[in-house]
Design a protein around this ligand. Structure first.
Ligand code: ATP
Length: 268
């Protein structure tokens, strides 16, 4: 039973270790993320950031450690759950370093697929024949409304019927993020969402993430190498190097931290 993490904490990673044979990718790492805030995980290549995401989202079983999530009056220990339950029950959504849209499906269809579970639940009632058809229709209409809302948020409503693979790269990146938002997550984990974006697209990404945090109150855990994005939108930053946390603080504190500067410049 979890009763000792602060009320404003949504995620508490405690003494997390992940080994791959002789490699210690994450080494006794502890950090927290606050509810309704943007928390960034940064560090040089190979520091262990994606491995942390893989442990949080159930893709890897940690070697040791505890990952607690608390929201909506419920508490979970994520390291005990599989990826399906982490996503559907604990409401953790993620995006990946590489874009994973369905390129041949339309933008709207990509957002509908994200709501597949809610629709399947509704169609179960149809199967039973208990007020089924109206229930499914209502769920389908709600799913379309939600998809259209998020398309509008990223300016893609006019291109709802275009194949996702034909959209500009920056739009595809943001489409992936709003697809994750269609699952109505409590915690949104974004792995390098700014990778490959130009300055204008990075600005649009920042705007979207600030709106997700501000208007929707969604907590965001962000891995990002683009320091202009990290410094502009993060509330709090944790810095990893060789699987160990070497610093944490506000963007200003991190920018001036000699340990962080040394890690990035490769100095001792
Ligand atoms: P980047 O910024 O380059 O994406 P990262 O901080 O996300 O790096 P990870 O991808 O978590 O770093 O990798 C941390 C270390 O763990 C690296 O040495 C990597 O080679 C190793 N590693 C990650 N996944 C595996 C795996 N499945 N098997 C073996 N080693 C792995």
């Amino acid at each position: 039973m979890i009763n000792d993490i602060p009320i404003n904490t949504i995620l508490s990673v405690e003494n997390l270790t992940m080994r791959f044979g002789g490699i210690v990718a994450v080494n006794d790492l502890s950090f927290t993320a606050e509810r309704g805030k943007i928390t960034a995980l940064i560090g040089p290549n190979g520091a262990g950031k994606t491995t942390v995401f893989n442990c949080i989202t159930g893709f890897y079983k940690p070697t040791s450690g505890v990952i607690r999530l608390r929201h909506s009056d419920s508490e979970w220990q994520l390291e005990t759950l599989n990826d399906f339950r982490i996503s559907k029950v604990a409401k953790v959504a993620r995006t990946f370093q590489n874009i994973r849209l369905f390129p041949g499906m339309t933008a709207l269809e990509n957002l509908m697929v994200a709501q597949h579970n809610a629709l399947m639940r509704a169609s179960g009632y149809t199967f039973l024949g208990l007020f089924g058809v109206p229930s499914f229709r209502a769920a389908e209409n709600a799913a379309i409304d939600l998809a259209r809302y998020w398309l509008d948020q990223i300016g893609l409503l006019p291109r709802a019927d275009d194949a996702a693979g034909n959209l500009p790269y920056g739009d595809q990146r943001r489409l992936e993020i709003v697809r994750a938002m269609c699952t109505e997550p409590a915690l949104l984990c974004l792995d390098e969402p700014a990778a490959g974006l130009n300055a204008k697209e990075s600005g649009e990404l920042n705007e979207l993430l600030l709106r997700i945090r501000g208007d929707h109150g969604t907590s965001i855990l962000l891995i990002e190498h683009d320091m202009s994005v990290v410094m502009e939108i993060s509330d709090h930053i944790h810095v990893l190097d060789y699987g160990v946390k070497i610093a944490h603080g506000t963007p200003q504190e991190i920018r001036d931290d000699p340990k962080v500067i040394a890690a990035y410049l490769g100095a001792d």
